[in-house]
Design a protein. Structure first.
Length: 303
């Protein structure tokens, strides 16, 4: 049944000139029909390079918006319209505009996990893999980092020469994981390396053998000589690594580290989006497109 649906998707995407993007947190059956798999911004870059006129994002809304910003002439769909991102939605343009008034001499750095509208009043975007490099390059020593205070904390500790203002925001999925989870996992697997995403709480990150983005964690695990790993990010990464590295063992830091928004997209959603009966076309107002693109262009210039 799954194979039949996958074959129909592959057939339709060829007929309709569709490029399918899948974030790493998607289920394996979706990754298998995707043209590109990876972190959100990397997927947007890949989409901008292909000749396909239609792009389907199997991820969440802010990712599809970023694809549209980098490929304004393409028709971009979010495979499941209900797939949002709590972190991206927890801060809005009006709130940050008020914060900016209080700290006028601070450069506003926006994590890519923000809405396009919010990006319009920020100075530069960053990804989890580029944040340190870009913040280090900024002329300003005063940085207002939004929305993830955990990622911001991790960056600030590596750049003590700069002043960081952090707001109370972040990823609810990564924030669920605790020091107790780390202690329990290490007790069960004492020889395992602990790999963690910087969206986790600072006291969890402090215990890690490696801190990095989703693709950074996967690359580290694949290239390491170690044979056992505790994975401190969304649990689908454990599954993907088990499939790609069957000679190694991978353990989730917490069985509760599941992003329900990422899991909202199903293989049938992708099929129906290819058919044109499901999904949502991403349309951005000119003002939002121009403002958000400026923020992303500055990230590209610096990073």
């Amino acid at each position: 049944m799954i194979t039949d649906i996958q074959q129909e998707i592959i057939k339709l995407k060829k007929e309709k000139d569709i490029c399918i993007l899948a974030h790493c947190y998607q289920n394996p059956e979706i990754l298998e029909v995707a043209d590109f798999v990876g972190d959100s911004f990397a997927l947007s870059v890949e989409a901008s390079k292909v000749s396909n006129k239609t792009v389907i994002m199997c991820g969440v809304r802010f990712m599809a918006e970023t694809v549209k910003i980098l490929s304004p002439d393409k028709t971009v769909y979010l495979a499941n319209p209900s797939a949002g991102c709590p972190m991206a939605e927890m801060m809005d343009k009006e709130t940050i505009a008020q914060v900016k008034e209080k700290y006028p001499d601070y450069t506003v750095v926006a994590y890519i996990n923000t809405t396009s509208e919010l990006k319009t009043i920020c100075d530069v975007c960053v990804t989890s893999s580029s944040a340190l490099k870009i913040c280090k390059k900024l002329d300003s020593d005063n940085i207002l980092f939004i929305p993830d205070c955990n990622l911001g904390d991790w960056i600030s500790k590596q750049l003590p020469e700069k002043n960081f203002k952090l707001l109370n925001g972040g990823c609810p999925t990564h924030a669920k994981m605790s020091v107790k989870d780390v202690q329990n996992a290490k007790a069960q697997h004492p020889g395992a390396k602990f790999l963690v995403h910087p969206e986790c709480k600072p006291d969890v990150v402090a215990l890690a053998d490696y801190v990095g983005s989703t693709t950074g964690i996967m690359s580290f695990a694949k290239e390491s000589d170690a044979k056992e790993f505790i994975i401190g990010t969304e649990n689908s990464i454990v599954t993907h690594l088990q499939l790609e590295c069957p000679d190694k063992s991978f353990y989730p830091l917490s069985k509760d580290c599941i992003c329900h928004n990422m899991k909202a997209t199903t293989l049938v959603d992708v099929l129906n989006c290819c058919k044109g009966t499901f999904g949502e076309e991403i349309v951005l107002d000119e003002e939002i497109y121009v403002g958000a693109k400026r923020c992303i262009d500055e990230m590209i210039r610096l990073g």
